[in-house]
Design a binder for this molecule. Structure first.
Ligand code: SF4
Length: 349
């Protein structure tokens, strides 16, 4: 249909062109006179003669055919141009629709997720909410620090041992490793069975023994020796990213290595207790993982908090999760945050 339309339009334009070509002589003469009138007087007569002669010669059937053909081609090109514009328009509409569909799949899912959590009592004062929580917990549990800071490599190993394991058990396993092998180089070079046997009291000792030795080997390959002190000069995010390339070092282990060790960097540790409590308090969406929790909570931490404040905050929230806001049954009646908590089972009059 489009091609037929182009041909019909071409014929129509050609008819008009043919009519114009009938008067081509008079048009050319008029143009010649206009051009001649703009030339200097000395050349005008000669040019007028030559141009007039040319026009007379070219005002033939050949010229008329070329003019008609030119208009026909022009008409076709215009029509094809219209096709392209229409096609592009349709493509753009389709692309917009596809994009919309993508958003339908991805974005609304996120929005729904963000809407999914229970209403948050501190929505507009998020950062001050963290401060309020911190003060309430300090009043309730008393100050938890100061803490002893291990060297960064020992803290890294302790972090790997601590996954899904009580703090006292993982600390005992760390001491057992140090007592038996006396250096991290010896742990790295020991047999897998010896390391696994030494940390048998922690959960998943098979994997943890493998991770510890692989991390120590990778660290040696990268730095030439077992040390992490160089990270003290790095921005926290870069240091986290570097550590997370080591086997067994996720966000929790990496943040603990930076914050709990003698590096004393401002990295908030979010463990399973911290994650659960902050979700129940409405600070995070229900589907948030450790990485998202770290980013959300860190970006809203008071800017003047030191690494010790960050450490203390983690310990307080963790303690609440262990003793009051427990996984199975939160004891909301004893919670110092119950009037702020949207999931509290205690009604506040
Ligand atoms: S009020 Fe209940 S649910 Fe909310 S933080 Fe306290 S213990 Fe957890």
């Amino acid at each position: 249909m489009e091609l037929i339309g182009a041909v019909v339009l071409g014929i129509f334009v050609s008819l008009i062109a043919f009519d114009i070509s009938q008067n081509i002589n008079s048009i050319c003469n008029w143009l010649t006179q206009r051009a001649a009138s703009l030339t200097p007087m000395s050349l005008r007569a000669r040019l007028h003669e030559e141009w007039s002669a040319d026009v007379d010669d070219t005002s033939s059937v050949t010229l008329k055919l070329f003019v008609i053909l030119g208009f026909f081609v022009a008409a076709l090109r215009i029509q094809l141009g219209v096709f392209r514009v229409r096609a592009r328009s349709v493509f753009n509409q389709q692309e917009a629709l596809d994009h919309q569909n993508d958003e339908t799949i991805i974005v609304p899912h996120t929005n729904d997720d963000e809407k999914a959590p229970v209403p948050f009592a501190f929505n507009n004062v998020y950062s001050s909410a963290i401060k309020t929580i911190h003060c309430r917990l300090t009043d309730h549990f008393d100050q938890q620090g100061p803490w002893h800071h291990l060297d960064p490599v020992s803290q890294l190993v302790l972090g790997i041992l601590g996954g899904r394991t009580r703090g006292s058990v993982s600390l005992s396993a760390l001491e057992a490793l140090i007592n038996r092998f006396e250096s991290w180089e010896a742990v790295r070079d020991a047999s897998y069975c010896e390391v696994r046997e030494t940390i048998a009291s922690v959960t998943f000792p098979d994997n943890k023994a493998r991770y510890i030795q692989a991390a120590l080997h990778q660290l040696t390959a990268a730095r030439g020796r077992l040390e992490l002190e160089f990270l003290a000069l790095w921005p926290v995010d870069s240091a986290l990213a570097w550590l997370e390339k080591l086997p067994g070092a996720g966000r929790r282990v990496s943040a603990a290595t930076l914050n709990f060790s003698s590096l004393k960097m401002r990295a908030l540790v979010v463990d399973s207790h911290h994650l659960r409590v902050t979700k129940r308090l409405g600070l995070l969406r229900r589907q948030a993982g450790f990485g998202e929790a770290y980013c959300q909570l860190t970006s809203r931490m008071p800017v003047n908090w030191t690494s010790d404040d960050v450490d203390e905050h983690h310990q307080l929230v963790k303690l609440l999760g262990q003793t009051v806001c427990r996984h199975d049954t939160p004891v909301c009646a004893e919670c110092p945050l119950r009037d702020l908590c949207p999931t509290s089972s205690v009604s506040i009059s």
